[in-house]
Design a protein around this ligand. Structure first.
Ligand code: NAP
Ligand code: F7E
Length: 347
């Protein structure tokens, strides 16, 4: 019998890579999706429609982290061996606009799942997508599993609740539940309102004269950026360990937004200072200035290593987005319209 995994947040960046990873390992994968007025499965469509897979091992089910009854029914029906809780309102800036909603999905969504596991009596493993945003205004550098949490946003506060309730269910009910405290991880599938992808999309569109300017917020913040598929492997390794535990996953390098701009525009032979303007709408009421992770525990206990470094990450994202921009340019030449940067929200 193949193992069964259930993924919340399957349509997101991490959900799509995790689905690929688990299908390659022979799992049956069930994903919870939300109804939306436009298609939201772009990142997993290629897996769903695999012509070489006559009996698909990927199934999608409607549900929502805000709806306990749907979660209960899905868990009853699927009886998964492993649950990966990746679903969240995951945008830090947006969490200041919708703090209550973020608390519901990102915080309480976790206890809804844990309670469903407990009341049904499921023998399943549980992975919680915890975040370096827990460290917030950091009390030490680098941050480890022992660094105290000082979250700086409604998102960080919601993730703190989710982290502790996961530990609590492990300690109270003996559940195999672990927290992956993942530092920022990016890819060619990253949402376009996160700063790395916003930059690589804009730089490549500017290169092809599809866009004239890029509006950003705070350029001084520093992040420990890794490559998403490397981090997916860490999630799975945590779930295969003898005992459930919590792990920091990071590269151990930190870079500013300025450095990301240098590398992304530089790779295209462009000087970003000619194109980037500051728009205060992108500032946050409270900022996380510096994140740098120490993943020694994961390296030793799980044998995990990041494979892709900062420069390679920037380049693979730029290469991908340059191809997208070329396709867009070809379409535009047919339609004859200049498309501006999308600026409808402050994210
Ligand atoms: P993402 O691309 O924003 O994906 C979020 C996923 O959650 C999407 O599939 C989204 O569905 C789903 N979702 C949102 N609200 C939901 C709800 N009410 N019920 C069910 N599903 C819902 O995020 P990501 O970058 O893949 O991150 C995955 C997880 O890791 C998130 O929990 C995030 O907070 C956490 N995390 C991310 C990073 C990072 O650097 N990427 C680092 C640490 C932790 P739709 O497609 O329908 O919107
Ligand atoms: O911002 C600055 C911004 O939105 C990074 C999520 O996956 O990682 C992510 O959260 C930095 C911040 O990611 C813009 O102020 C400047 O300092 O790409 P971001 P994030 O807030 O670090 C963590 C680990 C998660 O868990 C989250 O789910 O970039 N910045 N100008 C900007 N950021 C954005 N989005 N847009 C700008 O225009």
């Amino acid at each position: 019998m193949p193992k069964r995994a259930l993924i919340t947040g399957i349509t997101g960046q991490d959900g799509s890579f995790l689905t690929e990873f688990l299908l390659n390992k022979g799992y049956e994968v069930f994903g919870i999706i939300r109804r939306s007025s436009s298609f939201n499965t772009d990142r997993i469509d290629h897996l769903y429609q695999d012509p070489h897979e006559p009996e698909t091992r990927l199934r999608l089910i409607y549900g929502d982290l805000n709806d306990s009854s749907s979660l209960n029914q899905i868990l009853q029906r699927v009886q998964p061996d492993e649950i990966y809780n990746l679903g969240a309102q995951s945008h830090v800036r947006v969490s200041f606009d919708v703090p209550e909603y973020t608390g519901e999905v990102t915080g309480l969504g976790t206890v809804r799942l844990l309670e469903a596991i407990r009341t049904i009596g499921l023998r399943t493993k549980f992975y919680q997508a915890s975040s370096s945003e827990l460290f917030g205004s950091v009390v030490e550098v680098p941050q480890t599993e022992r660094t105290p949490f000082r979250p700086r946003s409604p998102y960080g506060c919601a993730k703190a609740y989710a982290y502790f309730i996961t530990v609590n269910y492990r300690e109270s009910y003996g559940l195999f539940a672990c927290n992956g405290i993942l530092f920022n991880h990016e890819s060619e599938r990253r949402g376009e309102t996160f700063v790395t992808r916003k930059i690589t999309r804009a730089a490549t569109r500017i290169k092809l004269k599809l866009q004239e300017q890029l509006f950003l917020g705070n350029l001084e913040a520093r992040r420990d950026w890794g490559y998403a598929p490397d981090y997916i492997e860490a999630m799975w390794l945590m779930m295969q360990a003898e005992e459930p535990d919590d792990y920091v996953i990071a590269t151990g390098e930190t870079h500013s937004i300025r450095e990301f701009l240098d590398d992304a525009f530089g790779y295209l032979d462009l000087d970003w200072k000619k194109f980037v303007a500051i728009d205060p709408r992108y500032y946050r009421p409270a900022e996380v200035d510096l994140l740098l992770g120490d993943a020694t525990k994961a390296r030793r206990a799980l044998g995990w290593e990041p494979k892709i470094g900062f420069k390679e990450l920037v380049r693979l994202m730029v290469d991908h987005d340059l191809e997208l921009a070329r396709q867009e340019k070809a379409t535009q030449q047919i339609k004859g319209a200049l498309l501006p940067q999308r600026r409808w929200g402050a994210a």
